[in-house]
Design a binder for this molecule. Structure first.
Ligand SMILES: Nc1ncnc2c1ncn2[C@@H]1O[C@H](COP(=O)(O)OP(=O)(O)O)[C@@H](O)[C@H]1O
Ligand SMILES: O=P(O)(O)O[C@H]1O[C@H](CO)[C@@H](O[C@H]2O[C@H](CO)[C@@H](O)[C@H](O)[C@H]2O)[C@H](O)[C@H]1O
Length: 472
């Protein structure tokens, strides 16, 4: 591979690409500011991974600052782009077209989404196989992992996701982070810590790449592809459609969640959450509720009762109670749990712990420092409990008993492996379930308005449930 160059020819490059990106960027699934005007671009870094002016396809890695009115006048989001550059685009790549710059260094060339070009995608895998630097980018690999073979065919993952992924030969998956923030991304940091601790419940990051200049960004992570796996959401809906229980699977998932939590607590810092942290936690939940009620007016009438659930945490803190906080997944739901069917003759499906957890990025819209903060593990548990409720609510007829049995089995499995049952902390569990349902109401109002009744039904239930007076 030719030596990559870090190009700082911002003069000319950005002005020639900007008119194309103005139209293309807001249409991308992973673009966070959908429906909003992009007011300007800036070049954070540009690395020519393959020469742009050679006879073959060129490959340009960009970190692009994107200004939107909502991001504030001085704030900007940073996006990772991988642009292919050719004289003409072969017909199979037509859907990847971004445009043809009218002037500047790329005038007359065709610029397209590089990840869609198998030749360029394979070059990235080649680069990940050997540690080292390419311009502004630094490639690294996990010492304990077997070497990644070369020559694996690449295909883009056709999934609704917040980032973009490539699957190589059904053996590896590369997640290419789109909106990046400076600092270690928990989706690399936590799986690496778990791999070092010997925890096999999370795919090991075998290789990754970052940029160090001008700021440290985690850009991509390669991990084993769990071939033939199905996610917990799909499996739960299948079970509901078949009228089958899902309790074995739920119990096994509870055990796996506990194993991951234990390994994270052993390998990374933990803190004791006592007053005044309990007050801060309640304040943060109340603040999120206030913001949510502005975005989803239907939450307004419930707000006083929901606030009481958050204030109960502060109340317990005043009464001297505290909770252990540690690094957690941060956005756990059934779609983040992948299940691999046992090999033929290996016993009942759902038995055995064939679950893996993925996507440790946390809620991508939150600042990185907030996502990396230790939090009570109940936060993740609440996420999965909400998911069982979601599955039961989306299925007709509504089957609340199915959800209740799954929720109980999941907590039992968790207790078996962790030694403590999350239901023994009802105030904390309720506050986190409420916080998650509030988040979901905003998510659904923004992305899937037809689904808004699902979290709103939980809001209605949570607001109506009686609260225990704090023990004095
Ligand atoms: N290791 C893996 N093996 C198999 N499929 C995976 C793996 N990691 C992710 N996936 C698939 O890719 C999808 C997107 O991955 P995810 O990490 O959730 O990305 P995003 O953060 O962009 O939403 C998942 O829903 C899952 O279907
Ligand atoms: O997977 P992401 O990290 O992008 O998570 C977002 O999208 C999820 C939906 O895909 C959303 O999850 C909500 O819907 C799920 C069913 O589709 C359900 O299982 C979850 O419990 C529910 O929260 C998630 O909240 C959002 O962050």
């Amino acid at each position: 591979m030719p030596e990559a160059a870090s190009i700082r020819t911002s003069a000319g490059l950005l002005p020639s690409l900007a008119p194309l990106l103005h139209g293309w960027l807001p249409r991308q699934r992973w673009f966070a500011g959908k429906g909003q005007l992009v007011t300007g671009f800036s070049l954070v870094s540009a690395t020519e991974l393959l020469p742009l002016t050679g006879p073959g396809p060129g490959l340009l890695h960009l970190l692009l600052g994107v200004r939107r009115p909502a991001a504030g006048t001085s704030a900007r989001d940073c996006y990772q782009l991988l642009l292919g550059v050719r004289h003409t685009l072969p017909p199979p790549l037509a859907p990847a077209l971004i445009g043809r710059p009218a002037d500047g260094p790329l005038a007359g060339r065709t610029v397209y989404e590089g990840l869609r070009d198998p030749r360029l995608a394979e070059l990235i895998l080649e680069r990940l196989r050997t540690p080292g630097s390419s311009g502004a980018l630094r490639f690294d690999r996990f010492d304990g992992a077997p070497a990644v073979p070369g020559g694996l065919r690449a295909r883009p993952l056709e999934a609704e996701q917040s980032n973009s992924s490539l699957v190589y030969g059904d053996a590896y998956i590369l997640k290419f982070f789109r909106r990046v923030q400076p600092g270690p991304n928990p989706d690399l940091e936590l799986p690496l810590a778990l791999a070092r601790a010997g925890c096999a419940r999370v795919p090991t990051p075998v290789a990754w790449y970052e940029s160090a200049d001008p700021l440290p960004y985690t850009l991509g992570v390669l991990q084993p592809f769990l071939r033939g796996s199905r996610d917990g959401w799909v499996l739960a809906l299948d079970a509901l459609a078949a009228g089958s229980p899902f309790t074995d699977e739920a119990r096994a998932l509870g055990r796996v969640t506990a194993e991951v939590h234990t390994a994270l607590a052993d390998g990374l810092p933990t803190v004791e959450l006592r007053r005044p942290h309990t007050e801060r936690l309640a304040r943060a939940m109340n603040r999120r509720l206030d913001e949510a009620a502005r975005a989803v007016p239907a939450l307004g009438p419930y707000a006083p009762r929901l606030r009481a659930a958050f204030d109960a945490i502060a109340g317990l803190g005043h009464a001297g109670r505290g909770w252990r906080a540690q690094r957690v997944h941060g956005d756990l739901h059934l779609g983040q749990a992948l299940h691999q069917a046992p090999p033929p003759g290996a016993g009942a499906p759902g038995g055995g712990d064939r679950w893996s957890l993925i996507d440790f990025e946390g809620e991508p819209a939150r600042p990185l420092n907030e996502r990396r903060r230790p939090q009570p593990p109940v936060r993740d548990i609440a996420g999965i409990l909400r998911s069982f409720d979601y599955a039961a609510r989306t299925h007709r007829p509504w089957n609340p008993d199915w959800a209740e049995r799954c929720r109980a089995a999941y907590c039992e499995g968790y207790a078996e492996a962790a030694g403590s049952d999350p239901r023994e902390e009802p105030e904390l569990l309720r506050a986190y379930e409420t916080d998650k349902a509030v988040y979901e109401a905003v998510y659904e109002a923004r992305h899937r308005p037809d689904w808004l009744p699902v979290p709103m039904a939980a809001i209605d239930r949570l607001a109506a449930a009686p609260l225990r007076p704090p023990a004095r």
